[in-house]
Ligand binder design. Structure first.
Ligand code: M6R
Length: 613
């Protein structure tokens, strides 16, 4: 949460930072600000609202200068307003800071600083840091780097920070712990971003800061790196693989729409070089190396949040069915605080699109501290979680900008399917004929997703009918139960319609009381092992005058007779239905959100990567 961008070099810094903030707006969008140093003045502009408000506000102001730091905020401490927006400055207005994370001991530090005469202008935890830094400089007459290093030794919590000084426009200080920060190394300049998206169009050479590292980016002496304990480190420069086109809407109205339609490609990319159809085998090198450990484990524990947690439940059905390995799925936020029984014989699969989710990361650290082996399934390459795991597989979905996760979910399910097939084959739990059939079916999934996407305009018509609903129910059984959960989450997060997902059979234990002629009930009713039972559940809804929108297998006749609307998806193996059944629900939420005039890509109160607990 919160996005940080900074630039130092020969170019005008303000437009570069502003553009970068627009790229990072998915991380938070309740206020934005930029501090720019033109060699004489340190001008700070900040505004409540989106980055565009800041842009309009700064239009007639002096934004000149080659050094700037910027921030787009998702409020934690202090409401979203101009005062609480970053950057924050010291009393003497000489130093400015942007921060992503939470300073947990800010109250104690603030009290001490107030007693020493510092005057606070905001309600944020961040402001203590800049007062502390300026306090240290004043007392010790040290430079900004040293003062920041010392200040960070007094801080408890998570941070990615960038600090500048009015007196030295030739350097920027950056540091990180538990929140991400990437440094881009240009020809004669440096870029900083919470991720690589603001950097990629200027340079491909990047350094990912590690926890506890502090960097000096100097136009005179280049990049130097230390730990906050003052040990010198050698920067490890990596090459970015990201393409700039992946960050544009490419003709679509919204990123979410683009990302839904990208799924045939993203699923194919996820399987490329892994699903070896002709050779009839699956290649997941990193994970396979840990296979003995996995087979010896009592169980697999999947930890994740939100949509990734839904993918984890699909994974539970897949892994238990295809490889007969017992699986438990936990919310990372619960796992980390409930003193779980876990030891070196356990294997944990952590799933995260962003690879930055604070709860998932903390759950990983906990499991690691008990000796467990950690497998990561991440989308963002080189993200903190990707680096914190023992091994893993990327989803290769490409940047997902819309806050509502779509292609990352199908990517996660694809990886989990490949893992299940790999384990099932290697531990002899899946018979060769079924394995081969599933390989063929998997290979055909991208084409079948394309076919589902052709129903877009029909799904839009259904969205028009139900767009004014106040509530909605999503039902599914077996492996389609998590699809129902995901359908409900998509609808509520981007259209603000209250929605709940349930296993279809659970309906009669409570939710059935909600059903009346106003209530749309979305049911995944494909022709699988629980088809007849789901058909009975649909009858129960209809008997209470509920409206049924059913996702059915192509050619289905029975459900068509009783449902109000049916959306057909191509036939596939029961275990692969989630990869298809999810798509109409994504499209439906998308259209409802657009029709209700909601902000599809940046729904209220949310942020793409939840780096606070
Ligand atoms: O980046 P992660 O996959 O770890 O994020 C987990 C959740 O925050 C995320 O899936 C969230 O629920 C999305 N808004 C869902 O669309």
């Amino acid at each position: 949460m919160c996005g940080i961008v900074a630039y130092i070099g020969e170019k005008e810094a303000f437009p570069i930072v502003l553009k970068g903030l627009k790229r990072l707006e998915y991380r938070g969008y309740d206020s934005a600000g930029i501090a720019v140093n033109n060699g004489e003045e340190l001008n700070v502009y900040k505004k409540q609202g989106k980055v565009v408000e800041l842009e309009n506000f700064a239009k007639d102001k002096d934004t000149s200068g080659g050094t700037a730091i910027g921030h787009t905020r998702w409020a934690t401490h202090g409401k979203p307003n101009d005062e609480n927006a970053h950057p924050h400055t010291s009393d003497n207005e000489k130093y400015a800071i942007v921060h992503n994370g939470i300073i947990e001991n800010y109250a104690v530090l603030k009290e001490e600083l107030i007693q020493r005469g510092h005057v606070f202008k905001s309600e944020t935890d961040t402001e203590v840091l800049i007062h502390l830094i300026s306090d240290i400089i004043e007392k010790q007459q040290c430079d900004l780097f040293e003062a920041t290093r010392q200040a960070l030794n007094e801080v408890i919590g998570a941070y990615a920070i960038v600090v500048i000084s009015k007196d030295n426009p030739n350097e920027i200080i950056a540091a990180k712990k538990s929140s991400p920060l990437v440094i881009g190394i240009g020809k004669d300049d440096f870029y900083i971003g919470s991720d690589a998206t603001p950097i990629v169009e200027y340079t491909k050479n990047v350094v990912y800061l590690e926890d506890g590292e502090i960097a000096r980016l100097s136009l005179d002496s280049g990049l130097t790196l230390k730990t906050i304990q003052n040990e010198t480190k050698t920067p490890y420069i990596q090459e970015l693989e990201m393409k700039i086109e992946a960050l544009e809407k490419g003709g679509y109205n919204h990123f979410m729409q683009k990302e839904i339609f990208e799924q045939p490609r993203s699923i194919r990319d996820c399987m490329r070089g892994r699903l070896m159809l002709n050779e009839n085998y699956i290649s997941l090198g990193g994970i396979e190396a840990y296979q003995d450990k996995i087979f010896a484990a009592k169980r697999l524990i999947i930890i994740a949040c939100g949509t990734s947690w839904h993918a984890g439940i699909v994974g539970e059905y897949l892994l238990e069915e295809l490889s007969r390995i017992p699986v438990e799925v936990e919310y990372a936020s619960e796992f980390r605080y409930r003193n779980p029984i876990i030891d070196e014989d356990d294997v944990v699969i952590a799933i995260s699109q962003s690879g930055e989710t604070a709860d998932t990361l903390a759950a990983i650290e906990l499991a690691k501290s008990k000796g467990a082996t950690i497998i990561g399934i991440c989308n963002v390459v080189n993200s903190t979680i990707a680096r914190a795991t023992d091994c893993g597989a990327y989803t290769h979905a490409g940047p997902e900008i819309g806050v509502a996760s779509t292609k990352a979910f199908t990517g996660q399910v694809t990886v989990l399917t490949l893992i299940s097939l790999l384990f099932g084959k290697n531990n002899g739990e899946i018979d060769p004929a079924r394995f081969s059939r599933l390989m063929i079916e998997m290979n055909a999934i991208p084409e079948k997703v394309e076919e589902v996407l052709k129903s877009d305009s029909y799904i839009k018509e259904i969205a028009e009918i139900y767009k004014d609903s106040h509530n909605a129910l999503f039902l599914g059984r077996g492996i389609n139960f998590p699809v129902a959960l995901e359908g409900a989450l998509k609808l509520k997060e981007i259209s603000y319609i209250h929605a709940e997902g349930y296993p279809a059979a659970e309906m009669k234990h409570g939710p059935i009381a909600l059903i009346d002629e106003e209530m749309p009930v979305f049911v995944i009713a494909t022709q699988d092992a629980s088809y007849e039972k789901v058909v009975s559940n649909i009858q129960e809804v209809k008997a209470r005058k509920g409206k049924v929108i059913a996702i059915v297998t192509k050619g289905d006749k029975d459900v068509r007779k009783i449902a109000d609307h049916v959306i057909e998806i191509p036939r596939t193996d029961d275990m692969l239905v989630p990869l298809l059944a999810t798509i109409p629900l994504q499209l439906l939420s998308y259209h409802v959100s657009v029709m209700r005039g909601c902000n599809v890509d940046q729904p209220r109160n949310l942020a793409k990567s939840v780096t606070v607990e």
